[in-house]
Design a protein around this ligand. Structure first.
Ligand SMILES: C[S@@+](CC[C@H](N)C(=O)[O-])C[C@H]1O[C@@H](n2cnc3c(N)ncnc32)[C@H](O)[C@@H]1O
Length: 248
């Protein structure tokens, strides 16, 4: 099994592949004001579809759930079918920087915890082309939630994701690129701990057993344990900011 296959196996059955919750998705959705019954929606970097399902349950229209890895999309299809939502959700294996949508064809672009793969600014610029005038973008992105922080956590994130920034700077990037903000909040601690890290940690042993405690499997568990410890220690300084904006 390749490392990528192992990582997909590690995440696939989880409700989410990043911090977030149904309540967060609905809170962001309350900042989107669309009335049409035939919305065209893209959920980019959908993972196994936690937020895709919530969107399908609360919006009228077609959702294209996009991910780079088919393993996650298979799981989206199973979940959609089990809930009788398959008529609303179609899956598409594609890279988020090479999407096949027509210009000005979408009412809503959703992306939770995924835009970092191409970078916030590159992503919001690229995806804007696909939005109709007045259409919405809702993205969550790692964000500093204080103006000062210990150098250990600053150094860590600057190395992992140099584009990490404060909400005020992210909002400026949105405004400078043809969006107007309709709402912002950052994810509460429960969306990291209860919704994401606790269920993740509960399946460490099973994952190791499934893969006979291979070197690769042990490394994946160790890396995630370190990530959890980091969050426990520095949770007052960063979170995912949820940015909801409209194409000007
Ligand atoms: C942190 S996960 C978030 C998944 C889901 N939105 C959630 O919040 O639970 C990031 C997702 O982006 C996907 N991804 C990574 N690079 C991508 C790319 N270039 N194009 C499309 N999806 C990508 C990953 O496979 C993964 O499912």
């Amino acid at each position: 099994m390749t490392t990528i296959d192992l990582i997909i196996d590690f995440y696939k059955k989880a409700q989410r592949q990043g911090p977030g919750s149904k309540a967060d998705t609905l809170r962001a959705l309350s900042m989107v004001h669309l009335n049409s019954k035939k919305l065209k929606i893209a959920d980019i970097g959908c993972g196994s579809g936690g937020q895709t399902i919530t969107l399908a349950q609360h919006l009228e229209g077609d959702i294209t759930a996009i991910d780079l890895f088919n393993g996650f999309l298979e799981e989206v299809n199973v979940r959609a079918k089990n809930l009788g939502l398959e008529h609303k959700i179609q899956t598409l294996q594609a890279s988020m920087d090479q999407l096949p949508f027509e210009e000005a064809s979408l009412d809503l672009i959703w992306s939770e915890g995924a835009i970092y793969n191409i970078g916030f600014e590159a992503g919001i610029k690229n995806w804007r082309n696909f939005l109709k005038p007045g259409a919405y973008l809702a993205v969550s992105e790692i964000t500093w939630i204080t103006s000062n922080r210990p150098s250990a956590i600053e150094d860590f994130w600057k190395k992992e994701y140099p584009a990490i920034d404060s909400a005020s700077n992210k909002i400026r990037i949105l405004e400078n690129n043809g969006y107007t903000l309709t709402g912002y909040f950052y994810l509460p601690k429960g969306s990291w701990i209860t919704e994401y890290y606790e269920p993740m940690a509960e399946q460490f042993d099973e994952f190791l057993e499934r893969h006979h405690s291979s070197e690769d499997a042990q490394r994946i568990v160790r890396e995630h344990q370190a990530e959890i410890e980091l969050y426990q220690k520095y949770q007052d300084y960063y979170s995912y900011g949820f940015y909801v904006a409209q194409k000007v």
